[in-house]
Design a binder for this molecule. Sequence first.
Ligand code: TYM
Length: 334
Amino acid sequence: TPRVFSGIKPSGGLTLGNYLGAIKRWVNMQGPDFETVYCVVDLHAITVWQDPAELRHATREVAAGMLASGIDPEKSILFNQAQVPAHAELAWLFNCVARLGWMNRMTQFKEKAGKNAEKQSLGLYAYPSLMAADILLYHATHVPVGEDQKQHVELTRDIAQKFNHDYGVDFFPLTEPVIEGPGMRVMNLRDGSKKMSKSGESDMERINMTDDADTIAKKLRKARTDPEELPVSFDGLKNRPEAKNLVEIYAALADITPDSVLNEYGGEGWGKFKPALADLAVEKLAPISTEMKRLLDTPDEIDAILARGAEKAEAIANPILERTFDIMGFVRSR
Ligand code: TYM
């Protein structure tokens, strides 16, 4: 069976973007078609400063968000990266495969570093090489991610290809990003040109998975829109980023196409659509946030799940790492 790998950074709380672009789809991929491996990528989080107490909390909170959304530790391997040293080890090997020119093309680094590239950590620059290690350590072929991670998954293919070519092997598989359906790029609720992120300045611009029903409804009611009514087809939303975003969020939450949303709401104004969207979002998200809070009351149980997951992850990862060392010519006789 093909293997799925994906991860989320515990660099703050989870957003609706993480849910629609990643977690919700991860839940759906569990089952007989795939072996699923999901990771809280704490080593990636520290590429920018993380307060230790906050990192510890966020790691458990992200795990709780996955569990509350329906990631089942009996069906999936769920663990945090720092408990499987093979990730950091393979990342080093890949640092010596990846080329500086490839890293220089990464748009996420450029966005995050801005004009201050000199002040960023070396880890932030090497980030995609660790991500390639995450994926290839499991010989994963399918990587469900939001739109913003596409370039990193493509770089993973480049690393696999160069490794296979340089060492004359057919060892690492070529990975496919799985990016389909609405919700692959959820935008900021106050500015439709920016993506919704954990770290945006104002809390009103995002929906957090820990928000309660009133907060979710308030944020959607206040979401920026335009004065026009909704068009009857998705094409009609071309130059209306805020409107497009809300329609896509509705479609993703309801598991229908944006066109069927507009079948129902085309010709209507925001006064009708926004309350409907708020009701839908509360219906889908409030049970998750309630369950997250319940899980976070017993962090020991979350830790135990992550520890068991890490053991299962190592059973796959360690032999692949060992074979990689062997292919590259390292002497490791103990
Ligand atoms: P991260 O932690 O930024 O985000 C986790 C997942 O959520 C998706 N996502 C979004 N999708 C739609 N709209 C949004 N506004 C939005 N914001 C976030 C991301 O695309 C991602 O799928 N580098 C990765 C973590 C990672 C990883 C991996 C992913 C590390 N190793 C291996 C896949 C495979 C990241 O920073 O995701």
